[in-house]
Design a protein around this ligand. Structure first.
Ligand code: PLP
Length: 405
C-alpha cells in the first residue's frame, strides 16, 4: 500500500522559523537543557502582560461569546477599527470593509487565496516575514522577492522592485515596520512604493502589525493614508504585538481604494470568510477596548521603557562582537545582524543556528528562514530581559570566537 503523502500544494511552502531548529530545541528542552529562546516574537513568556482593561473586558464578555459571530466579525470591533483609521487620516474604510480574523495570519492567507490564480506573481520583500512567501505559494502564486537594502536602512530597493514587475504581477507586499529588519519606512518610501503599485495596477498588501512599536521618534505611515481612492489597499493589523495578546488570536484586515473595481475579488474574500464561520469571538471582544483605551505600549517603547532598553542593549552588544554588525531597529521586536562572510564563511545558516543551539543552548532564527538571499544573517528577538539578553549575546560571542563553519 502506498504511504500517505502530503499534498503537492505544500511542496513550495516553507515556514522555517518553526522548522528543524525549533524541533531540535524542543528535544533538548525535553532532555532537561535550559534553552534561551530568542526566536519568536511572542511577548507573554518574557513577562509582558496584556493591559488589565483588555483582560477584564474579555472576561466580562466571555459568557456572551459562545456563538458564532457575523463572519466579518462583531460590529462594535469593526466600528472601532473604522474609527481608528479615521483618526489616522484614512476616511475610506467603512464597517463592511473590515474583516476580523484569528490573528493577521489567517487573513493574510485568506486574502491571497481569494486573489491568486496559478502562476500569478506577488512581490514580497526579502528578507520577509515568511508567512507571506508561504501563503503566496500555498495559494498557487509565485512569490517574487524584491530586495531590501541593508546599507539604506533596510528600505526597499525601488529599482529592483520595479525591475521585477511582469505582466503576471498582481500585488505588492509591504511589511512596515518590518520583521525581521526593524525598518520603518518614511513617507517618501511608502509614497514611491504606492506610486509603483498605481503605475502597474497592483493590489497593495500592507502588513502593519508593528505599527505602534516604534523607537526614537520614528513615525509610522499607514499605507492606506497614501493609496487614496485609486489603489486597492489591504491593511493588516491586530492585537498580537502592541497589546501583547498573540495567544488570543485577534487581528483585522481593512480594505480601502477602488472597491467597485474589486467587487469580484471582495466576493471571493467574503466566500472564504463565510467558509471559516468567524474569527474566535472572545478575541474580537478585545479590539474595541484595546484601540480605545490607554495605549500602554508607549510605556515600553519610550525612553526608560523596557522594550527600548532591551533593543539598545542587544544592539550595542551585538555590534561589539568581531565580524558581527547590525542596523538599529526603528520599530518591531527584532534585530537582524549580519555575520561578515570574510570572518565567518557560512554555507548553511540553518547549520549555524543548529551548531549555536547545540553548543550554547541559544535559539535564534537563521536569516534564510526569512527568505534572505545569503546565509549571512540571523534574527534575534529583543523581548528577553536585559540579564537574559546579556547572557545570550555573550554566549553567541563565545560561540563565534571559535566557530569554524
Ligand atoms: N505579520 C508579521 C510581520 C508578523 O511578524 C507576525 C507575527 O509575528 C504576523 C503577521 C502574524 O501575526 P498574528 O499573531 O496576528 O497572526
Amino acid at each position: 500500500m502506498a504511504d500517505f503523502k502530503q499534498s503537492t500544494k505544500l511542496h513550495n511552502v516553507l515556514y522555517d522559523i518553526r522548522g528543524p531548529v525549533l524541533e531540535r530545541a524542543q528535544k533538548l528542552e525535553a532532555e532537561g537543557h535550559r534553552i534561551l529562546k530568542l526566536n519568536i516574537g511572542n511577548p507573554a513568556p518574557f513577562g509582558f502582560e496584556a493591559p488589565d482593561a483588555i483582560l477584564v473586558d474579555m472576561i466580562r464578555h466571555l459568557p456572551h461569546a459562545q456563538g458564532y459571530s457575523d463572519s466579518r466579525g462583531i460590529f462594535s470591533a469593526r466600528t472601532a477599527v473604522v474609527q481608528y483609521y479615521q483618526t489616522r487620516g484614512i476616511h475610506n474604510i467603512h464597517v463592511d470593509d473590515v474583516y476580523l480574523g484569528n490573528g493577521v495570519s489567517e487573513l493574510i492567507t485568506l486574502s491571497l487565496m481569494a486573489l491568486l490564480d496559478t502562476g500569478d506573481e506577488i512581490l514580497v520583500p526579502t528578507p520577509d516575514y515568511p508567512l507571506w512567501t508561504a501563503s503566496v505559494s500555498l495559494a498557487g502564486g509565485r512569490p517574487v522577492h524584491y530586495l531590501c537594502d541593508e546599507d539604506s536602512e533596510w528600505w526597499p530597493d525601488l529599482e529592483d522592485l520595479e525591475a521585477k514587475i511582469t505582466p503576471r504581477t498582481k500585488g505588492l507586499v509591504i511589511i512596515n515596520p518590518n520583521n525581521p529588519t526593524g525598518a520603518v519606512y518614511p513617507r517618501h518610501v511608502v509614497q514611491a512604493m504606492v506610486d509603483l503599485a498605481r503605475k502597474h495596477d497592483l493590489v497593495v498588501f500592507s502588513d502593519e502589525i508593528y505599527e505602534k512599536i516604534l523607537y526614537d521618534g520614528a513615525e509610522h505611515i499607514n499605507t492606506a493614508s497614501v493609496t487614496g481612492e485609486d489603489v486597492l489597499c489591504m491593511t493588516f493589523s491586530g492585537l498580537s504585538k502592541a497589546y501583547r495578546i498573540c495567544g488570543y488570536r485577534s487581528g483585522w484586515l481593512a480594505i480601502s481604494g477602488p472597491k467597485a473595481r474589486a467587487a469580484d475579488y471582495l466576493e471571493g474574500i467574503n466566500l472564504l470568510a463565510n467558509m471559516r464561520m468567524c474569527a474566535n469571538v472572545p478575541g474580537q471582544h478585545a479590539i474595541q477596548t484595546a484601540l480605545g483605551g490607554h495605549q500602554s505600549i508607549e510605556d515600553l517603547i519610550l525612553p526608560g521603557g523596557r522594550l527600548k532598553e532591551q533593543r539598545d542593549i542587544a544592539y550595542r552588544l551585538l555590534n561589539e562582537i568581531p565580524g558581527v554588525s547590525t542596523k538599529q531597529a526603528k520599530g518591531a521586536l527584532y534585530l537582524f545582524p549580519k555575520l561578515d562572510p570574510e570572518v565567518y564563511p557560512i554555507k548553511s545558516d540553518e547549520k549555524f543556528a543548529l551548531d549555536l543551539l547545540e553548543q550554547q543552548k541559544i535559539l535564534i532564527s537563521h536569516g534564510t528562514a526569512f527568505n534572505w538571499v545569503r546565509p549571512d544573517h540571523f534574527r534575534l528577538v529583543t523581548l528577553p530581559n536585559v540579564k537574559d539578553l546579556e547572557e545570550a549575546v555573550g554566549r553567541i560571542a563565545e560561540f563565534l570566537s571559535t566557530y569554524k563553519p
